[in-house]
Design a binder for this molecule. Structure first.
Ligand code: PEP
Length: 249
């Protein structure tokens, strides 16, 4: 059985005052029925890990470098994430693919390094609006999936997040059928590549405008094992009902 996962991506939001949201969330979920992960900005990682040390919320980075160390000004290595208490990292978010020109090959190299360092990798995939209209979405997702996911992946160190770019931060969400089609497809592809054991144990998250009022419907879709949540993860009062919806799914 895959344990469900509610993951929050704070992006470039939050200074130390935001840690009180983590305290509230941690206190509200001392024994959650699902896995919880918050990925704050790098500047808050160490303090966030300390804030959550006695609770059940995992802390993750939003990116790491493909090299283990060296002359890469401004970058963060997987070992550095581990060192400050992170146990996971988001890789290949569409904002990094677009804003930092990251290719699926780059994402795979980062994921290989992160997995070798013992981090759980949350690898993001998703089509643009133009791609959905002009091409077969499953071709785009299939190519991103095979190129971005390294061979070193297992059910423990790999989570895949399907995040249609047009749904991120827009308030738009795909239909349940559209989400289900992509998630079933990703499951089949993972089973073919890694075998049924690993393929069935990798968690598949949906991301893109998940809110308290649509979470229940999204979590009822086949092969949706949780969510990667941006805006609605910033406030404990918004993320809390999403977590509860996932616990009840
Ligand atoms: C995201 O950026 O990963 C995301 C899903 O954002 P939002 O929930 O705000 O659409």
């Amino acid at each position: 059985m895959r344990r469900k996962l509610a993951a929050g991506n704070w992006k470039m939001n939050g200074t130390s005052a935001a840690l009180s949201e983590l305290t509230t969330l941690s206190d509200a979920h001392p024994d959650p029925g699902v896995d919880l992960l918050i990925c704050p900005p790098a500047t808050l990682l160490a303090a966030a890990a300390q804030t959550c040390a006695s609770g059940r919320i995992r802390i993750g980075g939003q990116d790491c470098h493909e090299q283990t160390d060296g002359a890469h000004t401004g970058d963060i290595s997987a070992a550095m994430l581990r060192d400050v208490g992170a146990t996971a990292v988001i890789l290949g978010h569409s904002e990094r693919r677009a804003g930092h020109h990251e290719t699926s090959e780059d994402v795979r190299a980062k994921a290989r390094t992160a997995q070798a360092a013992g981090l759980m990798t949350v690898i993001c995939l998703g089509e643009s609006q133009l791609q959905r209209e002009a091409t077969n979405t499953l071709d785009i997702i299939g190519a991103q999936l095979s190129l971005s996911v390294p061979d070193s992946s297992t059910g423990e160190n790999l989570v895949v997040a399907y995040e249609p770019i047009w749904a991120i931060g827009s308030g738009l969400t795909p239909t349940a059928d559209q989400i289900g089609e992509v998630h079933d497809f990703m499951r089949t592809r993972l089973e073919k590549r890694f075998g049924a054991g690993v393929g069935r144990s990798v968690r598949l998250l949906y991301g893109g405008s998940v809110k308290p009022d649509n979470a229940e419907e999204i979590f009822a879709i086949s092969n949706v094992d949780g969510a990667l949540v941006g805006g609605a993860s910033l406030k404990a009062s918004d993320f809390d009902p999403i977590i509860r919806a996932l616990e009840g799914a």
